[in-house]
Write a protein that binds this ligand. Structure first.
Ligand code: PLP
Length: 426
């Protein structure tokens, strides 16, 4: 039996084989623009914008200023009950004004998982408050990713992420990610009177960058509307320019009942997420009538003033630098940059061309011979100065929206070289 040294540092990394991390840790110490540096002085092109979030890159002074100013003025205060703070009020107004559904309400949390769990609870609470408490079932999509909180793990459609944790939250089911008919059939199987919500990433991200088929988004929005099921667009990755629009889902002519956002809302600088709730969903909680229900839900750091100050400064950057449309402008250049790698003998499929994100899958024979090949390809990419992310069958990337043509050229040239290094180890 191979034994490995125990990690010497107690830091427990998410989604990591901790026995393999020690001695192999990449300690990132600095970031500027599209690049980060490790503690050995190596520079890397951050081709994943960290974890799909550094949309304006790293090291923006505007964020530092906004955050330090806010820390000096009011470092923290909660939002429970009557309390509010100026940055949270401002950010809620700005996000609501940009949202596809006029008059939307904004519920803040600390990240995407909070927003997803809040969406499940608000969907069920909405129906409970409008006389249909039996509408609790939630439908997700196979390969969908909605974070690692309780409900998010259950609505996600990547079985390995839910394995080994005992029973997940009940009342969830999944449909193939690419069939609107399957959603219609599942709602009918469960009964529309039992289904509260359908969760849908506009482009599946962590599940492998899977595009919706032509007409799919419009069709599922329509199916949800016809059956009285809430359509929840999980735009934690898609929003803030990744698909070239403010929310990602607004590339399509649909009005979701709820939208989850996080990541790009602060460019990842300070943890923040939000659930955007259409007024007709929030209505039972906003009647103002005596005895109107209270939503007994909310994390401690909901609407944290420092996080919201970072959010406001982030929206300023997007507006001033015109970054939001770049997710669409750069989708073809990214696809072109990856065209060369598509012909490589180790590559099975390249998925790019819808937003500034892409996946490159290894060929089935490579994966059959070595299921760990994506992880090793990630490593050879790193040796070429490129930070990419391994997923089940290959790697994904989502560079900062500030990336330019020479930086895409780094990908075009570096990925095949990294494949050649991988080939030598097969
Ligand atoms: C679509 C989607 N939803 C939800 C989440 C969960 O967000 P967080 O990791 O901030 O909890 C993620 C994270 O990657 C995501 O991609």
């Amino acid at each position: 039996m191979v034994t490995r040294a125990q990690p010497t540092n107690p830091l427990w990394h998410p989604f990591a084989d901790m026995g393999a991390v020690d001695g192999d840790r990449v300690v990132i110490t600095r970031g500027a623009g599209s690049y980060v540096w490790d503690d050995q002085g190596n520079r890397y092109f951050d081709a994943t914008a960290s974890l799909w979030y550094a949309n304006f890159g790293h090291g923006r002074d505007e964020i530092t200023t906004a955050v330090t100013d806010q820390l000096r003025k009011l470092d923290s205060y909660n939002l429970f009950g009557y309390y509010a703070n100026e940055p949270a009020l401002e950010l809620a107004e700005r996000v609501s004004a940009l949202a596809p559904t006029p008059g939307s309400k904004v519920f803040f949390g600390s990240g995407g998982g909070d927003a997803v769990d809040t969406a499940v609870k608000i969907a069920r609470a909405h129906f409970a408050q409008t006389g249909r408490p039996e509408k609790t079932h939630v439908i997700g999509r196979v390969q969908g990713y909605h974070g690692t909180h309780g409900y998010g793990t259950a609505v996600g459609g990547i079985p390995v992420n839910g394995a080994g944790f005992g029973p997940l939250a009940g009342d969830f089911s999944h449909v193939p990610y690419d069939s609107a008919e399957a959603l219609d059939a599942e709602i009918q199987r469960v009964g529309a009177d039992k289904v509260a919500a359908f969760f849908c990433e506009p482009v599946i991200g962590a599940g492998g960058v899977l595009h919706p088929p032509e007409g799919y988004i419009e069709a599922v929005a329509d199916i949800c509307r016809r059956h009285g099921v809430l359509f929840v667009a999980d735009c934690v990755i898609a929003a803030f320019g990744r698909l070239g629009t403010w929310f990602g889902i607004d590339r399509w002519p649909v009005e979701p009942d709820m939208i989850t956002v996080a990541k790009g809302i602060t460019g990842g600088t300070i943890p923040l997420g939000a659930l955007i709730v259409a007024p007709h969903v929030a209505e039972p909680f906003f009647t103002g009538a005596p005895g109107a229900p209270t939503l007994r839900h909310g994390p401690t750091y909901a609407g944290h003033p420092v996080a919201c100050a970072a959010g406001n400064a982030t929206l300023d950057i997007y507006e001033r630098d015109g970054l939001i449309p770049r997710g669409r402008e750069l989708e073809k250049p990214l696809a072109d940059a990856l065209a060369g790698v598509a012909d490589h003998r180790l590559v099975g499929e390249v998925r790019a061309g819808l937003g500034f994100l892409a996946a490159v899958e290894l060929a089935p024979d490579v994966l059959a011979a070595d299921p760990g090949a994506p992880g090793r390809w990630q490593r050879t990419c790193r040796e070429e100065g490129l930070l990419v992310r391994p997923v089940a069958k290959g790697i994904v990337m989502s560079p900062p929206l500030i990336a330019d043509e020479p930086e895409l050229e780094l990908l075009a040239a570096g990925l095949p070289r990294a494949l050649e290094r991988l080939a030598k180890s097969l």
